[in-house]
Design a protein around this ligand. Structure first.
Ligand code: UDP
Length: 331
């Protein structure tokens, strides 16, 4: 049995590949390498460069490798880009996922794990959000993922396919063994931006809004270590293989940190100060987005191992240093 990981050359996907290999699984990666990196794919995994909507190619991969599970990460993830180019998001995230599900059904792949997002909820309140909260995506990105969840739901009712959709909160950090990490140039995520600023890759960074109705006035998010997220997928795979029913579950730690708390953590990890400017709110940001993760803990038996902001930040900073070395070696 082999696991097909789409988007396995990307940030979360490359961690998933290591998680599976560490557990003794056989892995094949399908990635277009449009935003991912060939070097990010563990050498023990087989890499196929191609598109998830290429029916012939995916069918061939499934048959040649006896794939019994697809973990589908490939997709576009930049929320503002989805607002300016919604049709690209519906094509790349929704239509291509539809084709991939169709191929999975046609080839008789019984298990499908899907990378979803807290963006399906829209503006969450200060309270941790449960899976049965109102679904109201505020961007084409969020809707493109929600539509994929719904296609999976309906396909699983009609065909012998069971799925797990995991709704990620703020994924951060890097492999604690330094094998992979967030490597996308121009990334906008807070912990990545703060680490880049600490290392002098940016002259300064900005805090987007200091007048939110939160304890220190800055936005609160539920930051989850990427390795804990990969572990949740592995548990979801085990559960499906053991006959578990389809499931949609949040992946977060159920508590949040403010932007200022994150920046303080980066200062502690770096050991020196760096320039932070207080700026205006960024359009579209909710005051707080925090998961209720009871369902994932109960259904997957998931017990996070790295629920510690300082550890997430230390791993992210360590990776940022490794990446600096890689990039200077290449130039
Ligand atoms: N943020 C910030 N400065 C930055 C990047 C992000 O103040 O340079 C804030 C952002 O406004 C949000 C939080 O950090 O409140 C997390 O943002 P991120 O883009 O990492 O994730 P999101 O929650 O938007 O998916």
């Amino acid at each position: 049995m082999t696991v097909l990981v789409t988007g396995g050359a990307g940030y979360i996907g490359s961690h998933m590949v290591w998680e599976l290999l560490d557990a003794g699984e056989s892995v094949v990666v399908l990635d277009r390498l449009s935003t991912g990196f060939e070097w990010a794919v563990a050498p023990e995994a087989k890499l196929v460069v191609g598109d998830v909507a290429d029916r012939e190619l995916v069918g061939q991969i499934i048959r040649d490798n006896k794939v019994d599970a697809i973990i589908h990460f490939a997709g576009s993830i930049v929320v503002p880009e989805s607002v300016t180019d919604p049709l690209a998001y519906y094509e790349n995230n929704t239509s291509k996922t539809r084709t991939l599900i169709e191929t999975a059904v046609r080839e008789g792949v019984p298990h499908f794990i899907f990378s979803s997002t807290a963006a399906v909820y829209g503006g969450a309140g200060l309270e941790p959000v449960r899976e049965d909260a109102r679904l109201a995506p505020e961007s084409p990105y969020g809707l493109s993922k929600l539509m994929s969840e719904w296609m999976l739901r309906d396909a699983a009712l009609a065909h012998p396919l069971r799925y797990t959709a995991l709704r990620y909160f703020n994924v951060a950090g890097a492999d604690p063994r330094g094998r992979t990490g967030q490597s996308t140039p121009g990334a906008t995520h807070l912990i990545k931006v703060a680490c880049e600023t600490a290392l002098g890759k940016r002259p300064f960074m900005q805090v987007f809004g200091t007048d939110y109705p939160t304890p220190d006035g800055t936005c609160m998010r539920d930051y989850i270590h990427v390795s804990d997220l990969a572990a949740a997928h592995r548990l979801a795979l085990e559960r499906l293989r053991a006959g578990g029913q389809s499931l949609v579950a949040n992946c977060g730690y159920s508590h949040g940190y403010s932007v200022l708390e994150v920046i303080d953590s980066v200062r502690r990890a770096f050991g020196r100060d760096f320039e932070v400017k207080m700026g205006d709110r960024r359009p579209g940001d909710a005051a707080a987005v925090v998961a209720n993760s009871d369902l994932a803990r109960a259904e997957l038996g998931w017990t996070p191992q790295r629920d510690d902001l300082d550890q997430i930040v230390a791993d992210a900073l360590a990776w940022e240093r490794i990446l600096t070395g890689k990039n200077s070696a290449r130039s």
